[in-house]
Design a protein around this ligand. Structure first.
Ligand SMILES: [Zn+2]
Length: 216
């Protein structure tokens, strides 16, 4: 568990999950383990109670992001939110067409209560549709707090810094890079990501450097 600023936590679940505590408790993504193992003790370390979580946002339907969703829903009865295009995969009405999504069928499926669209603000979080990694992948931006929850829109490599997710994990690598470019048009200092350490300053500046360097 690492505190990022005064109101956000990056929880380490072999990958990272975000907990936002500004006024209401929001969990973004749910780790891999179906029983909440690893994630539940990480939440407790923040001093907040799992049962106080009111909203669960899902960035996309990969096992390290939705694995614990059914359990967390059961424990919290929180409102589950995702982009409208991702909802049918989270509920398991549909499976991603072909690899790599076809491998990711073992989560039980959980209905999405609120289906978000690009540009929508809900509970202070702006939905930014960042497709490519999956069709409905979305990142969530707290504009007031200058905090981006990126999910797998990009990653933070310990040696090379911000970069795209590997092509082998990404349905449409070109679209994924266009989504990185789209995100770089927003302003934010702090970033919590699915893969790699969070950053506390210069988030969007670092992302713009990636876009310019790689000419996305
Ligand atoms: Zn992913």
């Amino acid at each position: 568990m690492r505190k990022i600023g005064t109101d956000a936590y990056s929880l380490d679940t072999n990958g990272h999950v975000a907990l936002l505590s500004s006024g209401r408790l929001i969990l973004i993504d749910t780790g891999t383990k179906p029983d909440g193992e690893i994630l539940l003790p990480e939440i407790e370390k923040t001093g907040y109670k799992v049962s106080d979580i009111e909203f669960i946002y899902i960035t996309h339907t990969h096992p390290d992001h939705v694995g614990g969703l059914a359990k967390l829903k059961e424990l919290t009865d929180a409102i589950v939110l995702s982009h409208e295009l991702e909802a049918k995969y989270i509920s398991k009405e549909e499976i991603y067409d072909g690899p790599p999504g076809s491998k990711y069928q073992f989560h039980p499926g959980t209905p999405v209560d609120v289906k978000l669209v690009d540009g929508q603000i809900y509970e202070g979080l702006l939905t930014i549709h960042t497709p490519g990694h999956t069709p409905g992948h979305s990142s969530f931006l707290d504009q007031e707090g200058s905090l981006l929850i990126a999910g797998d829109a990009f990653r933070n490599d310990p040696e090379t810094g911000f970069g795209p997710m590997g092509d082998q994990y990404t349905l449409d690598p070109n679209q994924h890079k266009l989504s990185i470019k789209k995100l770089s048009n927003y302003n934010f200092e702090r970033v919590i990501l699915g893969h790699g350490e969070p950053v506390e300053v210069n988030g969007s500046k670092l992302l713009r450097q990636l876009v310019e360097r790689e000419n996305y």
